[in-house]
Design a protein around this ligand. Structure first.
Ligand code: G3P
Ligand code: CA
Length: 248
């Protein structure tokens, strides 16, 4: 069976604080994942930073929106202690720091542009500039729930692969994707079980199928058997073990 690309979601976020340096480091040290999925925002003073939510409360000791804080303010926050006291002292990485780390460790990166709640002006071009400055167009692919943003991204930079994230069934998805210039589809995994014909449909249009967030063995096995191209998991250790057992 074909082995999909295996990505650590927000780093090794099942066991470590999501999107923190230790979560990325442990995905490399403790698993055989091919790369990471992560999330990018823009600070008040225009820096690209790695974080999941648009607001700080859930996974840091800060408050309010990222867009209302400078990078210096955000760098002072603790993003580890909420998960467990043993992870106190973890800090936010910039997108450049994550790109450097992927470069050093030869990891792939699926970068999600978090621009469907806060519409960051110019996010697409800034992400393109950072990826190109690191010469990592072949190693980084992007995705977003904001499909207009992905359309713009592809028009700005045809060299970097784009993906349409979605988490609900669409009417006439075949017609919808005809109007898109995206390279990949990024469905939540249940949608491929609800409409099993989708993997073949996307492949017949030349699109990759990159699914998320698959955290249990039964669904990992099911997604591999359906022939998806990439699986994203909070538990990359388990995902790699299952893929090793099933794939050539
Ligand atoms: O990219 C897959 C997945 O990360 C999308 O949802 O909320 O986990 O960023 P979320
Ligand atoms: Ca994400």
């Amino acid at each position: 069976m074909k082995k999909p690309i295996l990505l650590a979601h927000r780093g090794f976020s099942g066991n470590y604080p999501e999107n923190s340096p230790i979560a990325f480091q442990m995905a490399v040290e403790k698993t055989a994942a091919d790369g990471f999925e992560s999330d990018v925002h823009i600070t008040k003073d225009g820096k690209l930073i790695i974080f999941h939510d648009a607001t700080l409360e859930r996974t840091s000791n800060g408050t309010g929106y990222i867009k209302d804080h400078t990078y210096e303010e955000l760098l002072a926050l603790d993003i580890g202690a909420w998960k467990s006291p043993e992870f106190a002292g973890q800090h936010i990485w910039t997108f450049d720091e994550l790109l450097d780390f992927c470069d050093q460790t030869h990891m792939l990166l699926n970068m999600e542009l978090k621009n469907y709640e806060v519409f960051y002006e110019g996010l697409e071009q800034r992400v393109i500039d950072a990826i190109c400055a690191h010469k990592m167009q072949d190693r980084v692919f992007v995705s977003s729930f904001n499909h207009i943003s992905m359309q713009n991204f592809k028009n700005l930079c045809p060299d970097i692969k784009t993906g349409l994230l979605y988490d609900k069934p669409y009417l006439e998805i075949g017609e919808y994707i005809k109007r898109s210039n995206a390279d990949n589809m990024h469905p939540r995994y249940m949608l491929l079980q609800y409409q099993p014909e989708l993997v073949d449909l996307y492949h017949s249009r030349g699109m990759g199928v990159n699914t998320w967030t698959v955290n249990d063995e039964e669904n990992m096995r099911d997604m591999i058997a359906r022939g998806v191209d990439c699986i994203i998991s909070n538990y990359p250790d388990l995902l790699c073990k299952v893929a090793d057992e099933m794939c050539d």
